[in-house]
Ligand binder design. Structure first.
Ligand SMILES: C[C@@H]1NC(=O)N[C@@H]1CCCCCC(=O)O
Length: 249
């Protein structure tokens, strides 16, 4: 049993050639298995064409509300941005991580919160922008960025063994702040849908296992923020509604 909520922020129109390309892709693509999840672990998918329409603010609001509404039992909020363009100048997982850290510094917390942000892979231009030209091993046009930051937000009155968690992750970053299919083509770093979905499955599984590095979680909420609207192409060119249908089916 599962329930997935899709939160649309806006929609947009596509050109004829883009629509044709996307339809062709849909005909040729293979179908991976659906992602399994339970009602105890709801997953929201946030959609919204274009940039600056409020997807990340909605995600941040959900995270702040979820993590601050819990009583004495711990909770875990998982924010996943599978595809980020405009990186590193734009980093939505970085925004959620730092905004939440800022918000909770000024709140009286019931439980401490362990917050982390992890950007896993980036195209060569995006990695060069992070490391100022010196990049490590490459695979398929991507560098294993492994950019990780963490912090523990304490409540007043000291240490506690139980802890809530904010887990923020970006899977793939590209430098140009354009539609993911364009960024992938121009930066020579295309990721197949199956690979992206595999990462998404394991990212969401962290919540399902209830496994936490810092304690047992009683409540888990996950948010997946797309890069555009339902009809915006993903990195391979498939529509994001097709790409993520294995999460929302
Ligand atoms: C630059 C921003 N980075 C990102 O990941 N999303 C924004 C742009 C997405 C563009 C989606 C194309 C569209 O909506 O048509």
């Amino acid at each position: 049993m599962f329930r997935i909520y899709a939160l649309p922020v806006l929609t947009c129109r596509r050109s004829f050639s883009e629509r044709t390309h996307c339809r062709l892709y849909r005909l040729l693509s293979t179908h991976p298995t659906p992602i399994e999840h339970t009602l105890s672990h709801p997953i929201y998918v946030i959609w919204g064409a274009n940039t600056g329409v409020g997807k990340t603010l909605v995600s941040t609001g959900l995270a702040a509300s979820f993590l601050s509404s819990s009583s004495l039992s711990s909770s875990k909020f998982i924010y996943i941005k599978p595809v980020q363009t405009g990186f590193p100048a734009d980093s939505d997982s970085g925004f959620v991580y730092s905004k939440l850290s800022e918000i909770f510094v000024h709140r009286k917390l019931q439980l401490p919160i362990f917050a982390s942000n992890h950007v896993i892979k980036a195209s060569v231009p995006a990695s060069e922008a992070v490391f100022r030209g010196e990049i490590g091993k490459l695979e398929g046009g991507f560098c294993d960025l492994g950019r990780y930051e963490e912090t523990k937000l304490h409540r007043d009155g000291g240490e506690s063994l139980v802890c809530s968690e904010l887990v923020c992750k970006t899977f793939y970053g590209w430098r140009e702040a354009v539609s993911p299919h364009l960024a992938a083509q121009r930066e020579g770093a295309v990721v197949e849908d199956s690979e992206l979905l595999g990462m998404l499955k394991s990212g969401l599984r962290i919540g399902l296992n209830g496994g936490s590095e810092v304690g047992h979680n009683t409540g888990v909420l996950s948010v997946v923020e797309t890069a555009g609207g339902v009809a915006s192409p993903g990195p391979s060119g498939s529509l994001q509604c097709d790409l993520y249908r294995w999460v929302i089916n």
